[in-house]
Write a protein that binds this ligand. Structure first.
Ligand code: PLP
Ligand code: COI
Length: 354
């Protein structure tokens, strides 16, 4: 399919701030295409960033038929632009689409559309290491109907924006509250799909734990309330005795993170053991208390690698590594971001040049 590129003016990024926050600034242009049952995807175009006009009866407003992705473009040390494993995001986008009864998008076309958009807005990619262009591919159901059923029309769009650290403190440890009363997702549900409802359902709990002074929620499995799943915007890893990295096995209700997968592949190459296991919260807390767990960190595209300094369970804080960021988290952070910014060898062929 041809992409109609109709920017009315060139990228007008002005003076850039010293640092960016996350998700607050947006580039000048966006990609979009429409789907109609019977005719498929059409009207692929890149236009100035604009508001969408939707009928109030559009299915997305009522039944939450929506999916999204999150990936980044990095300005490499030599000025070229790097995408990190974009095809994995597009595969996950299609898995989410299938689960949410939405149409899939050809991965090659998705990449072509993204590259065309970034080529146009490349001035928006920040130079500062630690900053990048955050990319948000999204699909929403636009069909006008209140009867419950999959929509027959959709918009797929991609917006981007310069972004800094997801957490205000940068690489400082985050404090995490383990939800004991609320659950994020259930096996057989939509936890492994990247759909807005999973996030909407978490907001009340996030607000409650923020009031208690914690920045993230750690979710347990919904059946037993016992096994660790993931954190609000990240997967989680525990480091045993400075050498063994353990993360919850994908259960069907955990988002299969691309950063998580990258760590599982990178860490052995750096000399660490890795395993994916069913992690009982009581055992993890006992292992923190006894000092067997020497570090913990969350991992995700927005959050990169974020040390976890404190876990709160039923009112008691369990402190990890004296609430300091650890050496292994830093080593993995340096290796991962080194690949992303092009300063370290891309040993797995993860970088896609724009
Ligand atoms: N888990 C949740 C709920 C997320 O929102 C994210 C972020 O995308 C992740 C895990 C990490 O996934 P990824 O590494 O693909 O960004
Ligand atoms: C990402 O890391 O890209 C995400 O989608 C998480 C989001 C909650 C910011």
């Amino acid at each position: 399919m041809i992409i109609d590129i109709k920017p009315l003016e060139l990228s007008k990024r002005g003076a850039c701030p010293e640092t960016y926050s996350f998700g607050a600034d947006f580039s000048d242009h966006m990609f979009s295409q429409n789907f109609e049952q019977g005719s498929g995807w059409e009207k692929a175009e890149i236009t100035p960033y604009h508001a969408l006009t939707l009928d109030p009866s559009a299915a997305v407003f009522h039944y939450g038929q929506e999916i999204f992705e999150g990936l980044k473009a990095y300005r490499s040390f030599d000025g070229t632009i790097n995408l990190f494993r974009p095809s994995e995001n597009f595969k996950r986008f299609n898995r989410s689409a299938k689960r949410m009864a939405m149409p899939e998008i050809d991965g090659k076309f998705h990449l072509k559309a993204l590259k065309a958009l970034i080529s146009l807005d490349h001035n928006w990619i920040p130079e500062q290491v630690g900053s990048s262009l955050y990319i948000r591919p999204t699909m929403i159901a636009t069909g006008k109907k209140l009867g419950l059923g999959a929509s027959d029309s959709y918009i797929h769009f991609i917006i981007t924006g310069p972004a800094g650290s997801y957490f205000k403190g940068g690489f400082e440890p985050v404090s995490v509250y383990i939800a004991d009363k609320y659950r994020r997702a259930v096996v057989g549900g939509v936890g492994e799909a990247k759909t807005g409802g999973n996030y909407a359902a978490s907001l009340y709990v996030s607000e409650e734990v923020e009031k208690l002074g914690y920045s993230q929620v750690l979710w347990l499995d919904a059946v037993h309330g016992k096994y660790i799943e993931e954190v609000g915007a990240m997967n989680i890893c525990f480091v045993y005795e400075n050498k063994h990295i353990v993360t919850p096995a994908l259960s069907g209700s955990i988002l299969p993170g691309i950063t998580r997968d990258s760590i599982l592949k990178l860490a052995p190459a750096l000399g660490f053991e890795v395993s994916e296991e069913r992690l009982d919260i009581e055992q993890i807390l006992a292992d923190i208390k006894s000092g067997k767990i020497t570090e913990a960190f969350g991992c995700g595209t927005a959050a990169v690698i974020s040390p976890v300094g404190k876990l709160c369970w039923k009112g008691t804080d369990y402190i990890i590594n004296n609430n300091k960021s650890g050496e292994i988290s830093k080593q993995l952070y340096d290796e991962l971001t080194g690949i992303q910014y092009g300063t370290r060898k891309d040993r797995f062929g993860w970088i896609e040049k724009v």
